[in-house]
Structure formats: structure tokens, C-alpha cells
Design a protein around this ligand. Sequence first.
Ligand SMILES: *Cc1c(COP(=O)(O)O)cnc(C)c1O
Length: 404
Amino acid sequence: MTAEKMAVTRSTFDNVILPVYAPAQFVPVKGKGSRVWDQQGKEYIDFSGGIAVTALGHCHPALVETLKAQGETLWHTSNVFTNEPALRLASKLIAATFAERVFFANSGAEANEAAFKLARYYAAKRHSPYKSKIIAFHNAFHGRTLFTVSVGGQPKYSDGFGPKPADIVHVPFNDLAAVKAVIDDHTCAIVVEPIQGEGGVMPATPAFMNGLRELCNQHNALLVLDEVQSGMGRSGKLFAHEHYDVQPDILTTAKALGGGFPVSAMLTTNEVASVMAPGVHGTTYGGNPLACAVAETALDIINTPEVLSGVESRRQQFVDGLKQIDAALDVFEEIRGKGLLIGAVLKPQHVGKARDILNAAAEHGVMILNAGTDVIRLAPSLVIEPGDITEGLARFAAALKTVL
Ligand SMILES: *Cc1c(COP(=O)(O)O)cnc(C)c1O
């Protein structure tokens, strides 16, 4: 049966993995709900959620059951054939959102790549080949392909890889006047995260989101919402744009869509989809039955009043706990975000300590994230037990005391 497994440790990483990550010093081997264990059997409470991915915690029984059942049924067919899980998942996403058409892919970047290509293609077909300008925002994050890092608003991710796709303009987030100054009839799309995630857990203001929609309407441009991080219940609504009463033309979702199984989707309207034809875009794995079966179960569970309303009560528990920590340690400037995408902004005197805080937290048995050098980010399971929140925050407070 299985050969004896080779012994590997954290130091193996430094010898075999491309050095593009700097992972924590422990190696997780097992997870259940919001608890994780490492190679030494040490236990952690997980406030990181695999970066807003494991929205139902680790090894949720319903996801495990679906994965096992589909694993014994059909894994992959390619898009030369369609499959039942993909058709069901697409139908359910359409029933739950503004969308009328779905394209499946495997990562956030890939869904965004499809979205940006579609926006350009639609403008070229319906209006003019010169209508190619994309307006995006400083500190935005859209993925790591060359097009998506170029639309992203952090040059450190896009510099050094040769010529970038042209006709992309960046302006400050939440600054409608700056968008007005650059938008014109050659603009094909505005691309925005309703809550900037990597950029520091910064929600868009309602006036900004509404203003973007109006500007798009005035200039026949598409509003593309990147909900890769903010979607799938993270904000307390299925998609964060529902907080703003603004409808997109294209929306991308990934991270929590498969609850930890790699899958992403681009959603759009019949009108925008109508320019596409077989062969114009595609991907081998996208809409794979294994991924879509798991995502269907994740969506069935997340898109319920119990789970979505539970997000708000859990947020309250986190915010209250973080405020208590701040009262004792005077560490946070502000607690921001929406739902269970929580940003705790460090006071100026603690800026730059985010990485040390992450390491200390791990030592004290709690997994957290940062978003830049000055924001501690929490993106736990949407169904995390209240007792785990209390215990995890106590560990976090103990860790903070060792760093400040
Ligand atoms: C994570 C993220 C992406 C990229 O997703 P990948 O799966 O890493 O390609 C894109 N947009 C946003 C808003 C994200 O948070």
C-alpha cells in the first residue's frame, strides 16, 4: 500500500521550495474546526482561516463527505465535456446573485484574469478597440499573473518582470474625485475590491461605491468587483457589495468558495457574456467536478441565514475582545473591516512590528495574519466557536505583551 513517508521538517522548506514565501516556523499537520496541530502535536487556534479560505473551519464534516463521495465518482473531464457539479454550482451562484453566467477557474488571479480580459473584449466588440483603459486603485491586490499584478496597486509586485500590460491607471482608493479626473469614454472598466484585503482591510465607503457605479454608467464602462477575499459570507452577506446596494457587471470570487479546495468563479450578466464564443477563453481544470462538488456544499452551508447572521455576532465578540486588549495595552489605532474580515491597525509607535506579533502569536498557540506592516488581520472560520474566540484572544493578548 503506501510506502513509508519521507521525514520532512520546516528546514526542508529552505532547500526544496522556491523562496517566494517565508512560512511560520512550525508545520501544521492536522486541523479540525478552528483548531490546528503541528508536527510536535502543539495545538493552535486558527484566526487566519488559510487567508479567508477555510470559511467553514478545517475538515468540516459535510465538505469531507462531499469530497469523499465525489472522489469515488468523477474527478475530471476537462471542458470538452460538461459535468453535473459545475452545472449545479453555476445555477446556485446565479440564483443567489446578480449574475446570469458563470466561468469557473482555479484561483483568484485566474478569475480576475478572465474578468479583465472579458472587460476589454466586451468594450472592443461593443464599442471600440481603443476602449481599453482600466481604472484601479493604489494598494489593491488582484493576484499574481502579469495582468493581475499590473492592475493591482502595489508596484513591488509588478516591477521586474518586463513590459506590463498597458493602459492601466491607478488612483487613491475611496477618492471619487480622483476617479472622475481620469475616467473617460476610452475606459472599459473600473476594478475594485469592496473591502481592500491585502491593502490593509479597508472597506470602500458607500459614497465611493455608488459613485463608481454612476461613473461606469456615464462612460459605458463595466464595474468589476474583486470579491475574492470579501465574498462567500466573509462580510456577513454572501457578497460584500450587497452592503452597498451596488450591482456589478462582473464579480470574481475564489478564496472561501471551495472552503479550502482550489476553485474560483467569475460571474457576469448575459449582456456582457454575449460577446464570448467557444475558444475565446478557457482553462483545463476550471469547473472540475471535484472542485465544484465541494464548492456547492460550501455555498449551501454558507448561504444560510444561520451562518450569515452568525458572522455579525462573532465579529462583535472579536471587536469587544480586541477593544479590551487595547484598553490594557494601548496598541490599536482602530479596528476596521466588515464581518469576519477584521483589521486591527497598530498605533504609530508599533508600526513595523506586525511580523514579530505574528511569530509571538504562533508561539502562544494562535494563528493570525497581517496586511502590510501596520495591520493585524483576522479572517477566521465563519462558524468559529465562541469559546475558541475567547481562548484565541487570550493567547493573542499574552503574545502581544511579549512584543510591545
Ligand atoms: C487572494 C486574492 C487574490 C488572488 O487570489 P489567488 O487565489 O491567490 O490567485 C485576488 N484578489 C483578492 C482581493 C485577493 O484577496
